[in-house]
Ligand binder design. Structure first.
Ligand SMILES: Nc1ncnc2c1ncn2[C@@H]1O[C@H](COP(=O)(O)OP(=O)(O)OP(=O)(O)O)[C@@H](O)[C@H]1O
Ligand SMILES: [Mg+2]
Length: 420
């Protein structure tokens, strides 16, 4: 029994305190996990700090969950070193996200035959800050008619950065005046013009490994109200497509922790934003879905570590393109085939079997924690850090109510004997 394998999960964090506290609390309640050979594994967590590092320095973390590297290059370059030299398991690898932002994701999913709104990339408004620009642009840049492009796409349309995120530089364009002023203020951001999709539902799917939660998102509401707690808000077909599309995107690009936004009308699903390297998992936005999200993060990390899963950043685009090009398959047939590839990549069946055997009591432990004073303290601290004092009571009541709702649903689910 001295034969215990130890695994360290490193957390690269920004301002957030809520989900890391939740993650640490749940991991500390995990206890030793026994693998298929009967061997015992112990999982611990550590918040990583930023310091000089020699490229050959050993990396203590076996798996890292990153929330920082998309804007902070010191941890980003450290993650790349860890990926290349130490084989550290990363959620997510900066290699995949830097090369493959929103624009690449549009291209790839168009190539796979998904319903992507028409999108045009237009050259920069302002000169690029490089001594060679004036000559190159005078000689090679074509004049273009922005208004004609917009008229061809049709108003209203969206102008947004090719690598966007967090609403940076997004505008809805209703007419040529909006178009001119949005383009003038885009400066050195490289912009897409994108046709508008009219939709009944905005579905936001959060995926962690093979787990996906499709949520009813209302982008016009304030943050605490954006996720509605409505089950079955999509038709069964649209709901299934939403799961398939978000898992497909992630498997295709080797992303592990990502959110996908899809606009849905009837059975038609239009993905518009599905390259989010650090998806929002704050308790103040996810509320009811927060315990699920942190459980999934713990569950998938544990599975990856204990089963010794390795990921490489090599993609296997040919297998996906072969499905896209198969003349025998219609849209539904292609989605089914993509889903199979994605589920193979994430070992979905094996994952759920493994969790049922080796992490069977995790949901019960999470429920114990969510109903404990420790969870409530985390909630109180988060509300205090997020809202002005006169709103504390109101928001505490709001979030306690939603967490209470999750608790009673989860109790019913566990009593019903549903696992994992
Ligand atoms: N083609 C479109 N049709 C309709 N609405 C759109 C379209 N593109 C963007 N929007 C609206 O603009 C919002 C922001 O666009 P998008 O998600 O692409 O940008 P973002 O910077 O990634 O924002 P976030 O970080 O909030 O997801 C969307 O949530 C949606 O409400
Ligand atoms: Mg978005």
């Amino acid at each position: 029994m001295s034969d215990i394998s130890r695994h360290l999960i490193g957390l690269l964090l920004g301002q957030e305190e809520d989900w890391p506290r939740a993650f640490e609390a749940i991991v500390s309640r995990l206890g030793p996990v026994t693998d298929a050979a009967g061997r015992s594994h112990e999982i611990t967590t550590k918040r990583l700090t930023v310091a000089p590092f020699e490229l050959t320095d050993p990396v203590a973390s076996d798996l890292v969950i990153d929330r920082l590297a998309y804007w902070y290059y010191v941890p980003r370059e450290w993650l790349k070193k860890a990926a290349l030299m130490d084989g550290t398991y990363l959620l997510n690898s900066p290699f995949t996200f830097q090369a493959m932002e929103k624009h690449s994701a549009y291209c790839a999913m168009l190539r796979l035959g998904l319903n992507i709104p028409r999108t045009v990339l237009v050259p920069y408004k302002n000169p690029v800050d490089n001594a060679r620009w004036a000559y190159t642009s005078a000689k090679y840049n074509e004049q273009f008619d922005l208004e004609a492009i917009a008229a061809d796409l049709g108003y209203p349309l969206y102008m947004k950065p090719f690598d966007g995120g967090g609403w940076r530089g997004v505008s809805r364009i209703d007419n040529p005046e909006d178009l001119r002023s949005a383009y003038d203020s885009s400066g050195q951001m490289l912009m897409h013009l994108q046709a508008t999709v009219d939709y009944e539902h905005f579905a936001r799917a959060l995926s962690i490994g093979p787990e996906t939660m499709v949520m009813d998102f209302r982008p016009d509401q304030p943050m605490h109200n954006r996720y509605a707690v409505t089950h079955d808000f999509l038709s069964p077909s649209a709901g299934d497509q939403a799961v398939t599309i978000s898992r497909l995107v992630n498997a295709f690009f080797r992303w592990e922790f990502n959110s996908a936004e899809m606009l849905v009308t009837g059975d038609e699903v239009y993905p518009i934003d599905y390259a989010n390297a650090c998806p929002d998992v704050a308790v103040t936005s996810l509320h009811y879905y927060f315990p699920w999200a942190i459980t999934a993060l713990v569950r998938w990390s544990t599975y990856a570590l204990v089963t010794g899963r390795r990921v490489s950043v090599d993609t296997d685009t040919a297998a996906y393109y072969a499905i896209a090009d198969d003349p025998e398959l219609d849209y539904a047939g292609r989605l089914t085939a993509y889903r199979r590839l994605a589920d193979d990549h994430f070992e979905t069946d094996r994952y759920w079997d493994w969790c049922a055997k080796h992490l069977a009591d995790l949901p019960g432990r999470v429920l114990d924690w969510v109903t404990s004073p420790d969870f409530d303290r985390m909630l109180v601290d988060t509300v205090r850090a997020t809202y002005p004092p006169h709103e504390h009571e109101q928001f505490l009541a709001h979030f306690r109510g939603l967490i209470g709702l999750w608790t009673s649903d989860e109790q019913a689910r566990l009593a019903g004997g549903a696992a994992g």
